[in-house]
Design a binder for this molecule. Sequence first.
Ligand code: GDP
Length: 452
Amino acid sequence: MVLGELGGTISRALQQMSNATIIDEKVLNECLNEISRALLQSDVQFKLVRDMQTNIKKIVNLDDLAVGHNKRKIIQQAIFNELCKMLDPGKPSFTPKKGKTCVVMFVGLQGSGKTTTCTKYAYYHQKKGWKPALVCADTFRAGAFDQLKQNATKAKIPFYGSYTESDPVKIAVEGVERFKKENCDLIIVDTSGRHKQEAALFEEMRQVSEATKPDLVIFVMDSSIGQAAFDQAQAFKQSVAVGAVIVTKMDGHAKGGGALSAVAATKSPVIFIGTGEHMDEFEVFDVKPFVSRLLGMGDLSGFMDKIHEVVPMDQQPELLQKLSEGNFTLRIMYEQFQNILKMGPIGQVFSMLPRFSAELMPKGREKESQAKIKRYMTMMDSMTNEELDSSNPKLMNDSRILRIARGSGRPVREVMEMLEEYKRLAKIWSKMKGLKIPKKGEMSALSRNMNA
Ligand code: GDP
């Protein structure tokens, strides 16, 4: 099960629970079982899933919840917290400081994406003002140095390696020494991988680590590794002081649940994810927005980041103003439909709000959804300005609905369906009312607000 599906299953389970008239133990158990099944299918380790279920049951004592308490909210919050806990080892990883020499060593199995990720990591920091350098201490895989050299040249990052020297420790030490002299503040050492965990790999890693004394060891893991993730991550952690995890290939049909297991095994946070083969297909990993998206709660901080990134500057104030007012009129819905159909920049932005976009345009059913959106727009073309600009749902009485149906040549049932859709989207939109529009770089405060 890929992550998108996992998110879908979890939010459906929560929705089903929300639809139940009374939330009793049976309903809670059904919901938790459904979520557990989804997590297991996504390769989260069995023990972690079982612990999560036990913890939630401990926190959510249905008998103790006083009447009037919103049980659903409490349960949803408990699930959110437990998933965050799984992904958050409780201590941040070491972060390199600009201007101060720092050695970062990359470890992982062959094919995990280690070499590619070294360059992505260097490139990411270079864009932020660091002076990175790459050292290829992978003498096991023929072509590893060429690959690193090619990537480094493309990104204009200095590199060091050897075609003739077979001792990885010697190359690592020489490389680190050279770049220290050149005042590089982020020296990245790529080490050898093997097809499977074996003694020679771990011994070599230990020696490189002892000789270069890295400030941070990053374990790179392919997200499609499956249930083996926990054991693999643990084996690496036992040999070297893994301090952070990077999960690669999150773009493919990955069962991303392995990431959760790797965090548990290494007690180290996931700091970045790889989302493609290209240098800039690399994202900072933040636990709360990630879990929000999994639970279909929307990634609001990512959403704001995306607005700054893809919406043209001159269109930003207007969109942000509308967002902060929180009045979602039918006209705004019409405009957003236009954007979603064009899948232009704002369409991309709205894809950050899973319920907003995914429900309108579910994956694999894009054609069907496009036809539906077009039908809705035809009906809205038969509306008056007053109807389009009002955010009062009571305005749409029977005679108006009948008139719109006649005018657009669509059945009354469809007009009502469209108005239901409007109400649903308006509810999501209303969450943004009063939103303080942050400037770029002020996202963490926003995300705290939204998750509160
Ligand atoms: P290494 O043996 O661990 O050094 O792995 P490489 O860096 O050579 O990567 C193995 C393959 O995975 C290459 O074809 C990379 O282009 C590909 N790769 C690495 N990271 C990603 C990613 O995030 N997404 C995708 N789709 N491919 C990736």
